[in-house]
Design a protein around this ligand. Structure first.
Ligand code: 13P
Ligand code: SF4
Length: 322
């Protein structure tokens, strides 16, 4: 509608005026993803967001995603201004892994290599030996396991157990989960499969093990989009945040994409396959991040000492992923 058009027009102008670029995750709403693309920004998974932000020459990055993504951008590009539509957009994995407890867990096992998921605070990253995203986690743990390293893994227990199962690595696990993916239910998925016996099941590894066990492909958001594009099936049942359908449908036109079932009837489900924090990245909030003269509600800062420490495991991941 016309109000949305007006917001988009203002954002486009503000991005130019402020030498800023919009970086969006696949779980943000379709209109935000479209705007990022139209304005020369990027829409991608967590690993690509980090890379794109680091390498882009813009002075300012607007990170439409959740806080850990903004912090990662700041750690990699301290000279850039990093703005978020709202600093309240967090993640249950980050919230469920406070630095004091996590650090004590690591201290109790000093002979272990600490591997943390990107969905963590800058302080938790600073405590780690490696940071991984879902697209590279398996390869990095395989690499560490081949060197007989004992591993502390945090915070996503589902991703951790998937990796432990695939690699056979010895992993001490933090017990966090993603409130969105934790809702997918294997029993309901079995029923749905009966209706679509020829469908391939695509699963993000933050989902419970019983759901991952039913997958024809497991991977990060970008890997799942690639799977829909390249697998020969006509129908896909997709267990991840529904924000992904926008790019997945573009990548696989003509294919039938179906949401995997979440818990209960919608009324009882906490997040119903859409992350409430990703959903905070609306047009109005993006416009405010650029137009507010006081950036207190938008600008990301990371303490210098933490930043320097967190840069080490993050750079290790980016170098490994090359
Ligand atoms: P990826 O896009 O890296 O798969 O991350 C998923 C996620 O949960 C981001 O919040
Ligand atoms: Fe965190 Fe899950 Fe939301 Fe991703 S989808 S930001 S993992 S709560």
């Amino acid at each position: 509608d016309s109000e949305k058009q007006a917001y988009k027009a203002r954002i486009k102008q503000l991005l130019i005026d402020q030498n800023a670029v919009l970086v969006a995750h696949y779980y943000t709403d379709p209109e935000i993803q479209a705007l990022a693309e139209e304005t020369g920004g990027c829409v991608s998974d967590s690993l690509e967001m980090a890379r794109f932000g680091r390498d882009h020459p813009a002075k300012t990055l607007i990170v439409a995603g959740v806080k850990f993504m903004g912090e990662t951008a700041k750690i990699l590009s301290p000279e850039k201004t990093i703005l978020m539509p709202t600093l309240e957009a967090t993640c249950s994995l980050d919230l469920g892994c406070p630095i004091e407890q996590f650090s004590a867990f690591c201290d109790a096992h000093p002979d272990h290599t600490v591997v943390v998921y990107a969905n963590t605070s800058a302080a938790v990253k600073a405590r780690a030996d490696w940071v991984v995203t879902s697209s590279i986690a398996l390869e990095i743990v395989e690499h560490l396991d081949s060197q007989d390293k004992k591993i502390i893994w945090g915070p996503d227990r589902h991703l951790g157990s998937y990796i432990a199962k695939q690699t056979g690595a010895e992993m001490l696990m933090w017990q966090g989960d993603c409130i969105v993916h934790d809702e997918f239910k294997s029993n309901a998925l079995k029923e749905l499969k009966k209706q679509y016996p020829d469908a391939a099941v695509l699963v993000h590894p933050e989902s419970p093990a019983s759901v991952v066990a039913m997958a024809d492909a497991v991977g990060s958001t970008s890997q799942l989009i690639k799977a829909a594009q390249t697998m020969e099936h006509d129908t896909f049942i997709v267990a991840t945040d529904k924000g992904i359908f926008y790019k997945m449908q573009q990548a696989a036109p003509g294919k039938n994409l179906i949401e995997a079932p979440t818990g209960g009837n919608g009324a009882t489900c906490k997040s119903c396959a859409h992350c409430p924090w990703m959903a905070m990245n609306g047009l109005q909030a993006i416009e405010a991040s650029l137009s507010d003269t006081d950036k207190t509600d938008h600008e990301i800062f990371v303490d210098d000492e933490l930043r320097e420490k967190a840069l080490i495991p993050l750079t290790r991941m980016l170098d490994f992923a090359k």
